[in-house]
Design a protein around this ligand. Structure first.
Ligand code: ADP
Ligand code: MG
Length: 730
């Protein structure tokens, strides 16, 4: 019998929901308790130091050393009062998670005793021996020099007994080695470009924030079952497993009542999130069995992204208390829904205006249309970068694979908005407007109904959907650091807004009235962006064909998609907006290629191991029992017709099993050979391509035979938990 699997199933019978401690009566009583927020700064810092930090947060000014010491002192006092013993610079290296190296708050004083110490120098900068983080060759490992520097705009927080300082991670020569630094730069670029464009409409705007509301999807799996699945343990996804007779066909999981063990888990991690000031708001069952979602109230993008990374970490830890494991992989199970992380994105001004929300009068609506169309234009012009920023080894199973949406960027606007754009295209004349025309166009623009807000169409199949007051970038993968997508999105929008301003200025210089110039340019943008506007079913074959006719990109190969970063056009855009220089881009692509290659390599190894050491021996054992049975019948009945009639089906089965075993062995050997060839390749890009084209297909090939065996082999002998068990145990 397959011991581990049945042991795991037995464990399940004893699972009970945990009871969770209440940190306070009301959420507001303890929300942000472990965050060094403005209120706490005010309490723990001198008024001079407080003003200094505020200026750094709001204007991006530098923290000077003397002030840093004062701030460190206040922060230490707060941290010690809240049970912290250690501090760490918390950063986002180019791996799939965050990094931290803890140091204790201890110093040896003049008398040889121990005191709690923490200085401005330690607050502002740290030099972790970070030689093993991916750097794409920027930092030679033997130098191991990179440093982390405090990001004042994201508040410090305490996890357990450790004070965590959000930081950027850069090489000694200043190149970004993380996600945060380029994200901050992209946010600064879009801020500047958007403020400039806002001046056409409102001179009072002096800052534009980029906002992010992420919707995090995930799967839960019972810990015991997880431990019996080496593929889940090592690759976060199932590399084999026949589909369950019932999975999501009835759509009875989506929004249904949350299982008791799961709700206890959700409440537990939500409370931890609240203590850390993360405003998680929504929770529900997702489409696939054992798939769930959590979403917060949106925040400024850099903070929101820190919160997303932090919450993922908390969710992982808390899951273990509840004897669950969490799967952030985009496609842990073949044949059923994958997980995304919708990035709800908008731009808003320091005057309180959401630039992607229709306003109340012609002026604000014109501003809305301006931003809407500039975003569409940016997305259209840089589809390649958008794809490159979201395609990874794991997300490629969710986009562009079998039973998955295609890897095409299109934008959904909804019926109303499409009508408005079509009308605008028709009514704005190519020549100078008559006063009558102007009045009537403005009147129409003024009437852009605010009902757009309630009119958020539920087209779930669009990768980039306008939902009334924001764009919802749905193609982002559930395991991703949102920064990857947001760096690109904000950079290309910044670039486009700069172009737009230039175009308007040039026309105004030639004597065209500003409003008229804006309208004419927008009209052109409406024409230019028609190709990515698509409201139909984005998952259908018709759309794939239609998109090809429209000349839209459809790239699902990760190595191919990554090329976009190195195209001349992209290099220019990143440089012009001071987000990446070409060296950083090359390094980033190298890191991504390496990550991709290694992930496929690991999957191939795990599958090879499972196939040869788990599945084949099981199949052979079962075959042997069949052979014994056939042999026994022969002893009883002789080898005449009666015997033949009796054993026909088993002989067939023996042949089938034998054939599958042979195929598994032969294909595993071939896969290993392909790996050997690929591993000899010195060019990172070529190696990734070989893994994508020559190695990866074997994963499906081998799996096919294993899944067929699963249907034949005695259930009692099957070693790995089956899909029905993984998906329905909760
Ligand atoms: P859905 O119906 O798509 O699940 P929700 O109302 O749950 O939408 O919102 C999803 C996310 O979008 C939440 O994080 C929410 O705070 C965020 N969101 C709402 N408005 C905006 C906005 N203007 N900018 C950015 N994010 C927003
Ligand atoms: Mg949504």
């Amino acid at each position: 019998m397959a011991t581990l699997r049945f042991f795991a199933l037995k464990e399940l019978l004893n699972r009970k929901p945990l009871t969770i401690d209440e940190p306070g009566r009301l959420t507001s009583d303890y929300f942000g308790k472990f965050v060094f927020d403005r209120a706490k700064m005010k309490k723990y810092l001198s008024s001079e130091a407080y003003a200094h930090v505020m200026e750094a947060i709001e204007k991006g000014s530098r923290i000077d050393r003397k002030m840093a010491d004062q701030i460190a002192l206040g922060m230490k006092a707060w941290a010690l009062a809240n049970g912290a013993t250690h501090y760490t610079h918390w950063f986002h290296p180019l791996t799939d998670s965050t990094a931290e190296k803890h140091d204790a708050f201890i110093d040896i004083d003049a008398n040889g005793g121990v005191v709690e110490g923490f200085s401005g120098k330690l607050l502002v900068q740290q030099e972790p021996d970070a030689s093993s983080f991916p750097s794409g060759g920027i930092r030679n490992t033997f130098e191991a020099r990179g440093y982390t520097a405090w990001d004042v705009s994201s508040p410090a927080f305490i996890v357990g007994t450790t004070l965590c300082l959000p930081t950027i991670f850069v090489s000694y020569t200043g190149e970004a080695l993380d996600y945060k630094m380029p994200l901050l730069k992209a946010l600064a670029a879009v801020d500047k470009a958007a403020v400039d464009v806002c001046q056409f409409f409102d001179k009072n705007v002096s800052k534009v924030n980029s906002n992010l509301g992420w919707e995090q999807e995930y799967f839960l799996v019972d810990e015991a079952l997880y431990m019996a699945r080496p593929d889940l343990m090592l690759t976060d996804r199932t590399l084999m497993g026949h589909s369950s007779s019932k999975d999501q066909q009835l759509e009875d999981h989506y929004f249904s009542s949350i299982p008791t063990r799961v709700i206890a888990y959700m409440e537990d991690f939500e409370r931890e999130a609240y203590l850390l000031g993360i405003p998680v708001k929504t929770r529900h069952n997702e489409v696939a069995p054992n798939q769930f979602e959590v979403a917060p109230i949106f925040e400024e993008a850099n903070l929101a992204n820190d919160h997303n990374q932090l919450v993922m970490d908390i969710m992982k830890k808390v899951a273990r208390r509840h004897k669950f494991r969490i799967l952030f992989h985009e496609k842990p199970y073949k044949g059923i829904n994958g997980s995304g992380k919708h990035n709800n994105w908008s731009l808003s001004t320091d005057t309180g205006v959401n630039l992607l929300s229709p306003g109340k009068n012609p002026r604000t609506n014109m501003q809305f249309l301006t931003f809407l169309l500039n975003v569409l234009k940016a997305v259209y012009e840089h589809q390649d970068l958008l794809l490159a920023s979201i395609l990874t080894a794991s997300n490629a199973h969710r986009l562009g694979a079998n039973e998955a949406p295609p890897s095409i960027i299109s934008a959904f606007l909804g019926h109303e908005l499409n009508r408005i754009l079509d009308e605008l295209e028709e009514t704005v004349p190519d020549k100078k407007m008559t006063p009558d025309e102007k009045t009537s166009i403005k009147l129409n623009i003024g009437k852009i109904p605010e009902i757009l807000l309630d009119n958020t169409d539920r087209n779930r199949t669009s990768p980039f959907a306008f939902t009334g007051n924001r764009f919802e970038y749905r193609a982002v993968g559930s395991s991703a650091n949102c920064a990857s997508a947001l760096i690109v999105l904000n950079t290309v929008v910044a670039e486009q807004l700069k172009k737009f301003k230039k175009e308007v200025d040039a026309m105004v210089e030639k004597g065209v009235k500003k409003d008229e110039a804006i309208l004419q340019i927008l009209k052109q943008y409406i024409k230019d962006t028609k190709k990515i506007r698509f409201d139909g079913n984005g998952y259908s074959q018709e759309w794939v064909d239609e998109a090809a006719r429209r000349g839209l990109l459809n790239i699902s190969s990760v190595p191919e998609a990554l090329n976009a970063y190195l195209k001349e056009k992209s290099v220019k855009v990143f440089a012009a907006n001071d987000v990446f220089n070409s060296k950083e881009l090359e390094a980033r692509v190298e890191v991504e290629l390496e990550k991709y290659t290694k992930k496929i390599q690991i999957e191939a190894r795990v599958l090879g191991d499972l196939a040869i050491n788990h599945i084949v021996p099981t199949a052979v054992s079962y075959m042997n029992t069949l052979i014994t049975n056939v042999q026994g019948l022969k002893d009883l009945f002789g080898d005449g017709d009666e015997y033949k009639a009796l054993v026909g089906d088993r002989l067939e089965l023996i042949k089938k099993i034998s054939n599958h075993i042979q195929s598994i062995k032969a294909k595993t050997a071939q896969m290993i050979d392909e790996r050997k060839i690929a591993n000899k390749e010195e060019d990172m890009h070529k190696m990734a391509e070989l893994y994508s084209e020559k190695v990866k297909p074997y994963l499906e090939d081998i799996r096919y035979h294993i899944d067929k065996l699963e249907l034949i082999v005695d259930n009692e002998m099957w070693p790995l938990p089956k899909y029905r068990e993984l998906l329905f145990a909760r």
